[in-house]
Design a protein around this ligand. Structure first.
Ligand code: NAD
Length: 295
């Protein structure tokens, strides 16, 4: 088991990627504090963990990650209940402000940044204090998004906040490296969860089916992204397997970002995979191209 004797706190742990990661960490031997704004889904997550055989190894604390006292209390829960803190997954999120930037209000901007960026800052700040004084190092993982990498990956304020998470992760990694505290970010692509579906909290069944079908066609990888895919990346970053990995941003996006301008879709002649010819073109050199047909 890769997380034997480790204690983890997971924000947004009641649903989607956070819940999948909580279950994966429990399977790998960790004790887990599930922190979430939604007490109903949080308690349901705890019942699910108990039912899966992890009674006493997981606990739930109602937390607003935008509140400093809440974040301190959530991390204190790990110390009180499990006598340590090795891993913090700052993952809670909402879609936040939507609509044209010309209509975006300051309060909608503030709410979005409070949850997505300030929440991560507070999680890093207080995790670092505890980990520094324990002197054993630790792993802090922050959920950003491919939306933070380009101009059309998500709503404007959400994307700006996720870009802040990527930057914050790198700066914190540099500052905390001497304490052996690693800080990394995960950028999920399109992942079928209640958040991306805009569906009822905690849903993981047929509510997500139409979204799964659409997502399966939205990136090079021919299947939809799942919360478990993100949990796998979080497990790598949480475990000692990633001991020398810090300040990294890991894409979990089925090749969405790698596809970039998607030339082969927009200009099929450029496509490598489906091309009927192979060889080399020599541009304006005056030398002849060397092209052979693939029959
Ligand atoms: N689903 C996607 O396609 C996708 C893509 C990229 C990034 N993300 C990010 O992944 C993370 C997890 O999202 P998900 O898709 O699993 O969504 P989800 O809605 O299934 O889970 C998010 C959880 O965060 C909790 N939460 C929201 N505000 C909170 C607050 N202020 N304090 C504490 N908890 C709060 C919610 O109650 C919920 O349980 C988010 O940060 C999201 O922005 C999602």
């Amino acid at each position: 088991m890769r997380l034997e004797n480790k204690v983890a706190v997971i924000t947004g742990g009641a649903s989607g990627m956070g819940l999948a990661t909580a279950m994966r960490f429990l399977e790998e031997g960790a004790r887990v504090v599930i922190a979430d704004y939604n007490a109903e889904t949080g308690n349901a997550a705890l019942i699910a963990a108990d039912g899966a055989g992890y009674r006493g190894l997981a606990s739930f604390i109602r937390t607003d990650v935008a509140s400093e006292p809440d974040v301190e209390a959530m991390l204190q829960r790990a110390l009180d209940e499990y006598d340590g803190l090795d891993i913090v997954f700052n993952n809670a999120g909402v879609g936040g402000a939507v609509g044209p930037l010309t209509e975006t209000t300051v309060s909608d901007w503030d709410y979005t940044f409070d949850v997505l960026a300030k929440g991560v800052f507070l999680g890093i700040k207080h995790a670092a204090r505890i980990m520094q004084s324990a002197g054993k190092g630790g792993s802090i993982i922050n959920t950003a998004s491919v939306a933070g990498l380009s101009g059309d990956g998500g709503p404007l304020v959400y994307s700006a906040a996720k870009a802040a998470v990527i930057s914050l992760s790198k700066s914190a990694a540099v500052e905390l490296a001497p304490d052996l505290i690693r800080v990394n970010a995960i950028c999920p692509g399109f992942i079928a969860t209640p958040l991306s579906a805009g569906t009822r909290p905690g849903a993981d069944g047929e509510d997500l089916d139409p979204l799964r079908a659409a997502f399966a066609k939205s990136q090079p990888w021919p299947a939809h992204g799942t919360a478990d895919h993100v949990a796998g990346a979080a497990l790598f970053l949480a475990s000692d397997d990633s001991e020398f990995v810090t300040g990294e941003t890991i894409l979990v996006d089925g090749g969405l970002t790698a596809a970039g301008p998607e030339l082969s879709r927009k200009f099929p002649r450029v496509s490598s995979r489906n091309s009927k010819v192979s060889g080399v073109t020599k541009g304006s050199t005056g030398e002849a191209n060397e092209i052979r047909r693939l029959d």
